[in-house]
Design a protein around this ligand. Structure first.
Ligand SMILES: *Cc1c(COP(=O)(O)O)cnc(C)c1O
Length: 397
């Protein structure tokens, strides 16, 4: 049976806790709190009640029948995380962490955000639970994601523009870590993906596993068995871990993670840490990274802001090395084509992140027989991407 991480947070050689002494206390406190509530019936009942009544779970599985027919091969199914409140999977995890914060008596929440999706989810739950919310965001991202910044403010959060480094996600992460070190007594740091020091990668995976757990019930109801392939895009890796994890011990289910190849893997403008990176340490854990010969973190690129991160969660590094999952990458252009096809063939506007997984499924499906099935995690909706798509495709906004 698959049983990772170990007690110190290692997934094989990956994961762990690489932080300053000051944060060790906070992480130990968090680890103990999570261990206390992880299997607590009252905690789990409240978590699932929030998911049902506030988020709208379970999210349906949808058979993309017309598209499958057009592709002429395997059947494509979409797990509809785009239908969640706030429009993506991120809210599942944020609810779990905010519930832990409350139980620890911490009333000040900090988070970091790139495109603003995790910031919006965090601001939403802080409003819902009456918690103070401070979101760090690179000043470049504050300018390009004006609508999400406005959303966070409407929800009562304080958005702090970060001016250091490249003024994007990794700088916002550094700034959030700095805040946490300073205010560790009063503050809970809600991380938005399966990265960071232990116990975050495990905890975020567990909260997101509701996605795969639902699929394990829904797929047999729909097609009488589990899917042949389970596919998801990988930015930090949380929607992928959420749908993969419950399937890891199910034989014959192939797991495929799809990264952003940006302008192409032969250029430096991509964010495919697993496919094209090397192991190293970033943001408190050991994992695959995009770095230069001196270990300096590389500049990354993706048309999709949620995919634009130089690292990846450590559990994916382990699933890659142990060959339980396979990782591939698709370019900006391939993701954009899949985006438009999904809009026009199925009447669903997907997030650009999710469009990466869809793009790879469209390549694979025609090579497989019609009785095979591919389940894709449709991690979010594309409303937030209208400006980017208009710019990229020359369609007038
Ligand atoms: C943030 C985001 C992602 C990328 O994050 P993961 O942790 O890799 O899931 C993917 N899809 C959507 C819709 C997002 O908002």
């Amino acid at each position: 049976m698959y049983d990772f991480p170990d007690v110190r947070g290692h997934f094989g050689p990956y994961g762990g806790v690489f932080v300053s002494e000051t944060l060790m206390y906070a992480l130990t406190e968090l680890k103990e709190t999570y261990a206390k509530y992880q299997h607590d019936p009252e905690f789990l009942a409240e978590f699932h009640s929030e998911l049902k009544h506030f988020v709208g779970r379970p999210s349906p599985v949808y058979h993309a029948k017309r598209w499958s027919e057009m592709l002429g091969g395997a059947q494509i199914y979409l797990k509809r995380e785009d239908l969640n409140h706030t429009g993506a999977h991120k809210i599942n995890n944020v609810i779990g962490q905010a519930m832990l914060a409350k139980r620890m008596g911490k009333k000040r929440i900090i988070a970091e955000t790139g495109a603003g999706q995790h910031g919006v989810a965090t601001a939403t739950i802080c409003a819902r639970m009456g918690l103070e919310c401070i979101v760090y965001q690179g000043s470049v991202d504050v300018a390009r994601q004006a609508q999400n910044v406005y959303r966070m403010k409407l929800l009562g959060a304080t958005v702090v523009p970060v001016e250091s480094g490249t003024k994007t996600l990794k700088d916002a992460l550094n700034e959030a870590m700095r805040d946490w070190v300073t205010n560790v007594e009063s503050t809970f740091y809600i991380i938005g993906t399966v990265a960071g020091p232990h116990p975050y990668p495990m905890m975020v995976r567990d909260f997101q596993s509701v996605i795969g757990e639902e699929c394990k019930v829904q797929m047999p109801e729909m097609i009488g068995r589990q899917p042949d392939y389970v596919m998801a895009c990988v930015g930090g890796g949380s929607n992928a871990m959420g749908i993969f994890y419950p399937y890891i011990d199910v034989p014959n289910v192939k797991l495929v993670g799809v990264e952003a190849a940006g302008h192409g893997l032969n250029t430096k403008e991509h964010s495919a840490a697993l496919v094209a990176g090397t192991p190293g340490v970033l943001h408190g854990n050991r994992t695959y990274l995009l770095q230069d010969e001196n270990g300096q973190i590389a500049e990354t690129h993706s048309v999709s802001a949620g995919m634009d991160y130089p690292g990846v969660g450590p559990e994916h590094a382990w699933l890659k090395d142990s060959k339980r999952a396979e990782y591939v990458a698709v370019t900006d252009d391939e993701a954009l084509k899949a985006f438009h096809d999904c809009c026009q063939i199925e009447g669903i506007i997907p997030a650009l992140e999710s469009s990466h997984a869809i793009a790879y499924a469209c390549k694979l499906a025609p090579t497989l027989p019609k009785d095979k099935s591919i389940l894709i995690n449709l991690s979010g909706r594309g409303d937030k991407d209208m400006h980017t798509v208009a710019q990229e495709s020359g369609l007038k906004f």
